[in-house]
Design a protein around this ligand. Structure first.
Ligand code: NI
Length: 177
């Protein structure tokens, strides 16, 4: 079975400050074989980059599609595809550390809802609702933010954001980003 993934394209992850990361994605209207192939490529690209979530803008595609697997391949039922997702309920608060494949090695605590309910379409275009709490709730909010052109550093305090941006600019200048 090892050969099965050989033909799946691994996409390069777009890094901050690429402007596509600050652009809201276009809704997906066509649910065809190409879309299902793209979903497979996104999972493969996410795993390759050791991530638990990946949004289409992060591979240079301004579309409302994200893949999530908070178990990182351990539980097949944790492999989630969210197309045109919306958060329809939020509850409570959590304040935990986040990272992002588009911001390598940058981590900081972000205030998020503790529990959310999401409405989304699957790769066949069927609508469904799913609830998540703790890490899964964070993943939902972080990834849906990507589809709205929002990065987690934009949710930090002004001071922390400025410090982070300054740090990244320095890394870029030194060719280390
Ligand atoms: Ni991210």
């Amino acid at each position: 079975m090892a050969k099965e993934n050989k033909d799946v394209k691994i996409h390069e992850i777009v890094k901050y400050p690429d402007p596509i990361l600050n652009k809201a994605g276009e809704p997906i209207t066509v649910f065809d074989e190409d879309l299902r192939k793209l979903v497979e490529e996104m999972f493969a690209s996410m795993y390759e980059a050791h991530g638990i979530g990946l949004a289409a803008p992060q591979i240079g595609l301004s579309k409302r599609l994200t893949v999530i697997d908070v178990s990182f391949k351990k539980n097949p039922e944790d492999k989630l595809v969210l197309i045109n997702p919306e958060i329809i309920e939020r509850e409570g608060e959590q304040y935990e550390e986040e990272g992002c494949l588009s911001l390598p090695d940058i981590r900081d605590k972000v205030r998020r809802a503790a529990k959310v309910k999401v409405r989304a379409q699957n790769a066949k275009g069927e609508w469904f609702e799913i609830e998540g709490e703790e890490l899964l709730a964070r993943a939902f909010q972080h990834e849906i933010d990507h589809l709205d052109g929002v990065l987690f550093i934009e949710r930090l305090s002004r001071l922390k954001k400025d410090l982070t941006v300054r740090k990244i600019k320095k890394l870029i200048k030194n060719g280390e980003w």
